[in-house]
Design a protein around this ligand. Structure first.
Ligand code: AVI
Length: 324
């Protein structure tokens, strides 16, 4: 079956497991306190994120899908035939499916994902859908350079196309994003290309609404971080003691999401006590929104150039083709 076949092709680079306790203790010891948004995505968090993408205020996924649909033929012609497609994160597969359908004779597909379970499940799904494309999943941390598996002999040498949709890049700080893009450049090689989705700077009211949906799904997504910590590291966060707050910091071009303490309270983690003042805001996520110039400067720092750009009709979301 597809899962067994996928497992047989897995390259496991044994990424070091997340140190969730160590990261939480370090973040809570900082002033101001912070927790990393990478811990949002446990099983519940991943489901809540899927739910966020269906909220009327969360335009990112819908606009990017429509943009992809409208531009895929142009993108396929621009990136060229017989590519080895490398996806950063294995995602829900919907965008990947559209891309693989439209490219001219793609030879291989490599999702790079740190969670072995998610990696195998999503690759097996795509293997059934695309029997002619070689599936070469790699379990690794994509923020570091990744040595790619070679598509089978007989295919010749193939250019790599890294696909990194969803404005996931925006969840990294600027320094982290430069580091990630440098790693991407090393992974794709001198002849490589990358198609990156980015949320664009726009009216702050539209952006803030996307992170404060009326149904409260984003607030539940943020709170789930505390649920996860309580379960996995035995902390005693009082869920009702913290409020979700997401504000667009225009000067920094990013949504800053906080859990704000509703009262003075203590939280115990691994025998250590952390005090929260009433109104104290703990940062849990950044979501950067890019200007054209800001994004060009960011990729230039990583030794990459923007060679093509596609935006939706309102300039809300963009796809950028990058090359060394
Ligand atoms: C996955 N990432 C691009 C989402 C974003 O928009 O920053 C995560 C998210 N956080 C709150 N809503 C969605």
């Amino acid at each position: 079956n597809a899962l067994a076949a996928t497992k047989a092709r897995l390259t496991d680079l044994h990424p070091s497991p997340d140190d969730i306790l160590g990261d939480a203790l370090a973040g809570l010891s900082q002033a101001p306190k912070r927790l990393s948004s990478k811990y949002f995505y446990d099983e519940t968090g991943s489901k809540l994120f899927e739910d966020i993408t269906r909220q009327p205020e969360y335009y990112l996924t819908r606009v990017e899908m429509a943009l992809l649909d409208a531009r895929l033929d142009a993108i396929a012609d621009t990136v060229g035939p017989e590519l080895h497609v490398v996806e950063y994160g294995s995602g829900s597969g919907r965008k990947t499916e559209r891309l693989l359908e439209s490219l001219h004779d793609p030879v291989a597909y490599t999702p790079i994902e740190i969670s072995r379970t998610m990696l195998l499940a999503s690759t097996a799904r795509l293997a059934e859908r695309f029997p002619a494309i070689e599936m070469l999943p790699v379990c690794a941390d994509f923020t570091q350079p990744v040595p790619l598996p070679e598509p089978e002999a007989g295919h010749g040498v193939h250019r790599t196309l890294v696909f990194f949709p969803g404005s996931t890049l925006g969840n990294f700080t600027r320094n982290e994003a430069v580091h990630l893009l440098r790693s991407m450049r090393a992974t794709m090689g001198a002849q490589g290309q990358a198609l990156v989705g980015i949320d664009l700077d726009k009216d702050p009211a539209i952006i803030e609404a996307a992170y404060n949906d009326a149904a409260g799904v984003t607030a539940a997504f943020t709170h789930n971080l505390l649920v996860r910590l309580n379960r996995e590291i035995g902390s005693d966060f009082d869920l009702d003691g913290f409020e979700h707050r997401a504000v667009y910091a225009r000067e920094r071009g990013r949504i800053e999401t906080f859990l704000v303490s509703r009262r003075a309270q203590d939280v115990t983690v691994d025998g250590r006590v952390f005090h929260f003042a009433e109104g104290e805001a703990m940062n849990v996520e950044y979501s950067h929104k890019y200007t054209e110039a800001g994004f060009a400067a960011l990729v230039a720092e990583a030794g990459l150039k923007v060679v093509r750009r596609w935006n939706d009709p309102r300039d809300w979301f963009g796809l950028r083709l990058l090359q060394p």
